[in-house]
Design a protein around this ligand. Structure first.
Ligand code: DGL
Length: 281
């Protein structure tokens, strides 16, 4: 059944492997409260960070397909790992036959676009999951757009589990955060701009600030992704006209709805209603 008719809304779909994308969703909704949204977290299969290209691609494609079925003409992959490992293949291989008029956008490009104006030293650090860092997506994207910028990347595989297990304020968090920041700045002491290239990391912001030089700028992606999305919709009236504006918001998860609404309270200031779904068909 085409669920578009059932809900009579054409929302913006926001996808993440789990909760992290809520940090992006929050900023998007803050800037554009009138639109309808569906947030989908694939919590039953998260984290994606250490998974292979094939698996991240397969899971992400299933999620995008589900959001299209729910009536979303536009889907944002609010997950760096999915953006790094699945976005391009979905855009090139799947969209033309799934629905050539729908769009899927990621978080890497909007983040890279602001780097030249933010960095004075032109030395950038990138912190992300093993999947995002091993894909070298940031280095590749920066080289295309700003070849004069030097990029140093560091994988922080323990940081997502710290957030997911609500250990972000613990002494254990200090250990793992310091370890990766020390490694990064040992490789390049001239870094003046640091990308939190994982949508979970804004939850670690206070601790990260403790272990970096004061003058280093920290980039949480949410506001930049929201800015670029606003701009995209201005430049693409054919997409903007398809989106509905009743201000509704649905939250879907592949894990327990109760667990999701409980954990989401760490990311959002309001209680939410959550629906459990399956997307692995
Ligand atoms: N939200 C994902 C990202 O931004 C990280 C979580 C995961 O590993 O699934 O990369």
């Amino acid at each position: 059944m085409d669920k578009r008719n059932k809900h009579k809304v054409a929302p913006i779909g926001i996808f993440d492997s789990g909760y992290g994308g809520l940090t992006v969703f929050e900023k998007i909704r803050e800037q554009m409260p009138a639109y309808d949204y569906i947030y989908l977290g694939d919590n039953a299969r998260s984290p994606y960070g250490n998974r292979s290209f094939e698996v991240v691609y397969k899971f992400t494609r299933q999620a995008v397909f589900h959001l299209f079925q729910e009536g979303c003409p536009l889907v944002i992959l609010a997950c760096n790992t999915a953006s790094a490992k699945a976005l391009r293949t979905i855009q090139m291989r799947d969209l033309p036959h799934l629905n050539p008029f729908n769009r899927v956008l990621g978080v890497i490009r909007p983040t890279v676009e602001v780097l030249d104006q933010l960095s004075r030293s032109k030395h950038i650090g990138v912190l992300g999951t093993s999947g995002t860092i091993s894909s070298e997506s940031y280095t590749i994207e920066v080289a295309k757009m700003f070849p004069h910028i030097q990029v140093t990347e560091e994988a922080c595989p323990m940081w997502v589990p710290l957030v997911e297990n609500r250990e972000y304020d613990s002494p254990g968090a200090d250990y793992f955060i310091r370890k990766h920041l020390d490694r990064l700045f040992t490789q390049d002491a001239d870094i003046d701009t640091l990308i939190l290239a994982c949508t979970h990391y804004p939850l670690l912001l206070d601790k990260i600030k403790k272990y970096i030089p004061e003058q280093v700028k920290l980039i949480s992606q949410g506001e930049y992704v929201a800015d670029r999305l606003k701009d995209y919709l201005l430049r693409h009236p054919e997409m903007e006209n398809r989106l509905t504006h009743t201000g509704s918001c649905r939250f879907l998860t592949t894990e327990s709805a109760e667990k999701f609404s409980d954990a989401a309270s760490v990311f959002l200031d309001e209680p939410i209603h959550v629906e459990q779904i399956t997307i692995d068909a």
